[in-house]
Ligand binder design. Structure first.
Ligand code: FAD
Length: 242
């Protein structure tokens, strides 16, 4: 297990994530985890030293800054494997959706990922996961078969709906509040084609999108996402002129 303290080479590289706008944490220790034993050791280190413990895969969406904490960086734990017959994938804590999709799409299968391939699959799923295929299949968290996580006592537990129903229910929505997930097994779905359009064209209008899906035939789903965009800089300048 590699641990970085403030000022040491590697500290910044391992504490900083993609979303710097969410604030820069200054953890007391940063653990570069390469496997479940590192995660368990990091949780025990936090307990021994009386420090809170946080986890980061990509740094896309830290809810709470890990200031003064033990921050476990899982980005090296990016293993993914697919069981095409069972239509499931095993995904390690640091894998991004892009890495999951690279493994599933050759089999004509897709997970319930969200809008960005750069987001971590575990952080997304433990937060619920409202994805592109949500209208048909629901939340990603409802398609987890099994999780392994390290709880606050430093124990690695395998959690399913049968083995630990309460913990299994709680983790799928509570992110890291009940433990640090080291890997998960998720359902995959036979998806052959996904079309995406951007901008304010026809696909941005719900009625047009529904009509397009009907025309494409049975089983086609339409999803529309609307967002407020800033006007381009040129028009902003024009608006500001007296
Ligand atoms: C560009 C973008 C697009 C997005 N699109 C969608 C979308 O379509 N649908 C949707 O539902 N969400 C979406 N999100 C939100 C995203 O799912 C959350 O921000 C998610 O928590 C990011 O996880 P991460 O691991 O990438 O980020 P990180 O910053 O690394 O982690 C964020 C949090 O996830 C939890 N977490 C991470 N790893 C673990 C672990 N091993 N065990 C337990 N908890 C863990 C922790 O609470 C951590 O603080 C989007 C976010 C971004 C930035």
């Amino acid at each position: 297990m590699t641990i970085f303290r403030r000022g040491e080479p590697g500290y910044d590289e391992n504490r900083l994530g993609l979303n710097r706008a969410a604030g820069e944490s200054r953890p007391a220790r940063v653990v570069a985890a390469t496997g479940e034993h590192d995660v368990a050791a990091a949780v025990r280190l936090g307990a021994e030293q009386g420090l809170p413990v946080g986890v980061m895969a990509t740094g896309h969406g830290p809810a709470v800054p890990a200031d003064g904490a033990v921050l476990v960086n899982t980005r090296r734990m990016d293993g993914v494997s697919v069981d095409p017959a069972a239509e499931t994938a095993w995904v390690q804590a640091g894998a991004r959706w892009e890495q999951v999709l690279e493994r599933t799409t050759p089999h004509g299968l897709a997970p319930l990922n969200g809008s960005s391939p750069d987001v971590g699959a575990v952080g997304y799923t433990t937060g619920g996961g409202a994805g592109l295929l949500g209208r048909r299949y629901g939340f990603a968290a409802d398609h987890v078969r099994r999780l392994r996580l390290v709880t606050a006592d430093g124990r690695l537990r395998e959690v399913t709906a049968e083995s630990e129903p309460d913990l299994f229910w709680a983790v799928r929505g509570a992110k890291d509040n009940f433990g640090l997930v080291v890997d998960m097994e998720i359902d995959l779905f036979p998806i052959y084609r996904l079309q995406r359009r951007r901008g304010g064209g026809r696909a941005a209008r719900p009625a047009a999108a529904r009509a397009g899906a009907r025309a494409a035939g049975h089983g086609t789903q339409a999803a529309v996402r609307a967002g407020r965009l800033d006007p381009p800089r040129s028009s902003r300048r024009a608006l500001c002129r007296p």
